[in-house]
Structure formats: C-alpha cells, structure tokens
Ligand binder design. Structure first.
Ligand SMILES: Cc1cc2nc3c(=O)[nH]c(=O)nc-3n(C[C@H](O)[C@H](O)[C@H](O)COP(=O)(O)OP(=O)(O)OC[C@H]3O[C@@H](n4cnc5c(N)ncnc54)[C@H](O)[C@@H]3O)c2cc1C
Length: 353
C-alpha cells in the first residue's frame, strides 16, 4: 500500500509507502524539501496540505502549533499520508546545495575514544562510500533506542568510507548513554544520510566565521578541513567554546592548521576555566570571544554556528548587534527531545533554526 504525494509548486510526485514520512520518501526519491532537525522539533519542514489527509505524527507542539494543525499544516519529517495528498512547500533550493540522495548504510565501529570527559569520538567504517557536503549530519539507529539520533559528520567528505562523530553525553538521554556506556568497537549499526542544510555557501566570496560550542565542533571541523583541503583562499576564523580545558578538544589540530595556513585563525574560549588550567586565552562565552576578536563588527562576513540552542541564540544576538544580518548567518542547532517538549523555549530572533 502506498500513497502519491504531489508537491506544489514543482508538481513533483512522490510515492510514499505505508508508515513512511513525506520527507523520508521525498529525499529518497530525489525530491528536495526544506528540513533541518528531521524529528519534529524545529519546524523547518512545515508544509501546507492542500488536498487529502495526513497524520501529523510526533510533531512538537512548539514546531507545529494547534492553530497551524487546524489550518492543515504538517511537518514533512513526521507526517504520514492517510490518502493521496497535494502539499505546498517552500522549495527554493540554494545553488550551493548539492542535494546528495539519502541512503541507508551499515556502519561498523572502528574506534571509540574520549575527546573530553563528556564527549566521545566514534569512528565508523561504512559498507560503501557516502557522498555528503561538509556540515551535514546522519541519523543513527542504536540498539534498544526508539527512533534515530542525529549526529553531525566531523570528517571532511574526501575521507571515503569513514565517518567520524563527536557525541556528547546528554543526561537522561537514551542514545548518547548507549554510545558512552555500551557501544563497542566492532559493533555494527544502521545509519542513513546525508541530511541537513548546514553547508558552506561556496559561491559567496565573504570571509567565514565559524562559532562552535561543545560537540558542535563536529560540523565546523568538517567544513574547515574541507575548505583548507580545497585550497580555499578566503579568511576563515574558527571560534571554539568550552567550559574548561579538559572540555576543549582537538585544540592542537586547529593550532597546527593555523600555523600551516595564513588564511586560517583559531580562537579557543573557556567560560569556566579551572585554576589548574592556567588558562591565558579568552575567558568567557564563545560569542563574547567573537565580539572581542572582531571588535564587535561582523558585517561583510558569512557566519556558521553549530552547537546547543542557547549558544546559538547568544551568537545570533552578538552577530546581529555587530551588523550581520539573517541572510548571512547559517546554523545547526543540536536540538534534543527536551527542546521539542512543551515548556521548552525557542529563539524569538529567527523564524527558522
Ligand atoms: C541536526 C542535528 C545534529 C546533531 N549533531 C550532534 C553532534 O554532532 N554531536 C552531538 O553530541 N549531538 C548532536 N546532536 C544532538 C543529538 O542528536 C542529541 O544529543 C541526541 O538526540 C540526544 O539523544 P539521546 O537519545 O541521548 O537523548 P533523548 O533520549 O532523545 O533525550 C534528550 C533529552 O531530552 C529529555 N527528554 C526525552 N524525552 C522527553 C520528553 N518527551 N519531554 C521532555 N524531555 C524529554 C531526556 O531526558 C534528555 O535529557 C544533533 C542534533 C541535531 C538535531
């Protein structure tokens, strides 16, 4: 049993299997729809149902409000057709988006190591190469954990069948607890990808600012490694925020790159350094480090932000106060189930994540 979903205004027709979401079917059939988190928390994939019926699925009440449900809006990442549908979507495709098809992969863990007391590096070998753009993420299925979990790819796309992830332990989190306590080398898991709209706008000539917090270094690491490997000549600044020195991981990687590339600058920031850290770098939040480094003036740049929602919100405020506008700011918010739950707060600054 399957249903046909017609996507307006393009007129593309997607065959959706029983129980499959509109987004999953579309992306697998090469029909691009906007989306970001992929699990009902951000609202980027909101579409209007013009004809037919769909189950809204697990859409968060924040991402899809009651009024919108009454108007026939659904989130494509959660919505399951209950009849043939006609939907209307905002299908403007960025010219720098390569739109690699999403596929399923079998991934064997080759290495697990500690990056910090709360973040592990997990390397997988895939059953075949995955094409992706630096900055994109994958969805991993873990044994005994319901649904899939999103993790951004930390290696650059040229690393053929390899995937590197940086995974922070979330208190009470089923998937990250499994990764930190049970996942072992040699274990095989299923994953799918590549997902997401967080990628470098390669056609834009402006210098780039990357702001990363915690395990949000993953995507910027992939992007920076990719840009430097491609010989990109734009000025690239990476600001990395962590609580203390033990949480500031891969610092030596970026210090080495900064020494090797005149166009790359690395600025680490600790907001709560310990006495024993003997920290002589910037002390404060990473968005304050950005203000300090750029004298509060960001116009003429493109900024890429990655990490937990509060860090992103502070960085957006700092960038906008420094005259960088919405069109020049791109982000990947590491939303969790808690962010999609009733009672959580969402940024009022930006209409999209
Ligand atoms: C696009 C994207 C990319 C990401 N990339 C990375 C990455 O590279 N590295 C990384 O470390 N993280 C990343 N994340 C975040 C990562 O996906 C989350 O940390 C992960 O989903 C948490 O999974 P979990 O199973 O451990 O927690 P979950 O079991 O999903 O729970 C998360 C938190 O929510 C709480 N919770 C669960 N259900 C509810 C509920 N119904 N109501 C209220 N609270 C609830 C839990 O107690 C817990 O504190 C990314 C997220 C997104 C969206």
């Amino acid at each position: 049993m399957s249903y046909e979903v017609t996507v307006e205004p393009t007129g593309d027709v997607v065959e959706v299997e029983e129980g499959q979401t509109i987004l999953d079917a579309s992306l697998r059939q090469g029909v691009w729809l906007p989306f970001a988190c992929g699990h009902g928390t951000c609202g980027t994939c909101k579409v209007q149902v013009l004809e037919g019926d769909a189950d809204v699925g697990e859409a968060s009440p924040f991402a899809l409000m009651d009024m919108e449900r009454d108007e026939g809006k659904v989130l494509a990442c959660c919505a399951i057709p209950e009849s043939d549908l006609v939907i209307e979507a905002d299908v403007d495709v960025d010219p720098d988006f390569l739109g690699y098809p999403i596929e399923d992969y079998s991934a064997t863990v080759t290495e697990i190591s500690d990056l910090s007391p709360t973040i592990k590096c997990v390397r997988f070998s895939l059953d075949r190469g995955m094409q992706f753009q630096a900055g994109q993420y994958i969805n991993v299925r873990l044994p005994g954990v319901e649904g899939a979990r999103a993790f951004s790819i930390a290696n650059q796309p040229s690393k053929d069948n390899e995937i590197e992830l940086h995974i922070r332990l979330v208190e009470g989190g089923a998937g990250t607890t499994y990764v930190h306590e049970t996942l072992s080398e040699g274990e095989t898991v299923d994953l799918s990808g590549p997902y997401g709209q967080f990628f470098v706008r390669t056609s834009a000539p402006e210098p780039l600012i990357f702001i990363a917090g915690g395990s949000g270094l993953s995507s910027p690491q992939s992007m920076v490694l990719d840009l430097l490997e491609q010989g990109d000549s734009r000025q690239i600044t990476l600001l990395q925020g962590a609580r203390n020195l033990s949480e500031l991981y891969n610092r030596e990687v970026f210090e080495r790159l900064a020494a090797q590339h005149d166009n790359f600058t690395y600025v680490p920031a600790l907001d709560a350094p310990l006495d024993e850290d003997n920290w002589d770098g910037f002390t404060g939040y990473v968005h304050d480090a950005a203000i300090d480094h750029f004298d509060g003036q960001f116009s003429g740049h493109k900024a890429y932000l990655c990490g937990p929602p509060p860090m992103i919100d502070c960085a957006i405020t700092a960038l906008m106060q420094g005259r960088l506008f919405e069109r020049d700011i791109y982000m990947e918010k590491f939303l969790t189930a808690a962010d999609g739950a009733e009672g959580s707060t969402r940024s009022a600054l930006f209409k999209k994540i």
